[in-house]
Design a protein around this ligand. Sequence first.
Ligand SMILES: O=CC(=O)O
Length: 372
Amino acid sequence: AAWVNPTNKCWSKQAKRNITSLQSYKVELKSTGRKMLSAYQAKIMGEKELPSVLVFEIGGPFGILESHVEYLRKHFNLVTVKEFQRRKEELCEKIKSVFVFERRPVIDRELLESLPRLKVVGNSGVGVNHLDLKLISSFGVKVTNTPHAVSDSTADIGMALMLASARRLVEGCYIASSPDTTHFAVDWLGVEVTRATLGIIGMGNIGYKVAKRAKAFEMNILYHNRNRRKEEEEQAVGATYCKNIDDLLQQSDFVMLVVNLTSETHRLIGKRELELMKPTATLINISRGEVIDQDALVEALQNKVIKAAALDVTYPEPLPRDHLLLQLKNVIITPHIGTATVQALFMMTEETVENILAALNDLPIPSEVIPK
Ligand SMILES: O=CC(=O)O
């Protein structure tokens, strides 16, 4: 029987969904993506079978979500790590891509050496600090990520942490549900986010989405970024550029970290930076734990150098149960849930599929990560 390309049907539906749901991705899809989608179809039609893609596992706490499997199988022949290990000789010549979610599967030299036809590592997520980009690239393999799919949900978590910390939401939940509570006293107060100063460090896709949200809270927005944003982009969200991070730290009521973890941002916030912050300020981290010197942060929180911290990321994750950060009342910690929404996870899968297909078909890749 003739091989029927299952991507055909799915792309048109998919393209429509992308265009309505991926706000900032819209622009890219319109200019390049739409053309690319039909180009994929043309190219893929010429192939006899779907490309084989290695995934960690299907289902389970660390595997591909069951609800994504059907979609992925429309584009790829999925090979789990276990299956690959069992049938290595036969499969190693077939696998052209690895779909990575968080650290799974680990891409090390041994794996790279065992996959001679590997062309692309598709990371489902924006942060690629867990990938050795130089090593991967030395095998002639490309790396892609999903900066668009993650931006709304991660910006939302930044806002949620800022609001929860400012209004002492976690303490409030405890008081409301504690058996010891007999009446609601107003003997502790939060602070308002409205019209406060927010300093955003890292003004990429996510940082900019945070700024958009903060504008609705009438916040005074400062930002620092390697590259200054265009004037019209600054004006659209009312953000002021701080070339010097120190200025931002000194002026902000809330400092939000939204940078990628690189050698330049590793321990970006240490003792000196915490001391520059206001004693009334809150530090929010939605990037990677290693951007902060955690020991310095514990000390600053204990000594009231800053008022509070709200962290979606730490090192390690999870923290050891006796870690001091878990014992401080002025700290909120969430379990790295920036992208943990139904929508974000599916869009990440979609964006990864598009990246992988583009790479496998020698087409422009929507989100390629180039090693520096
Ligand atoms: O942490 C989440 C991501 O890197 O997308």
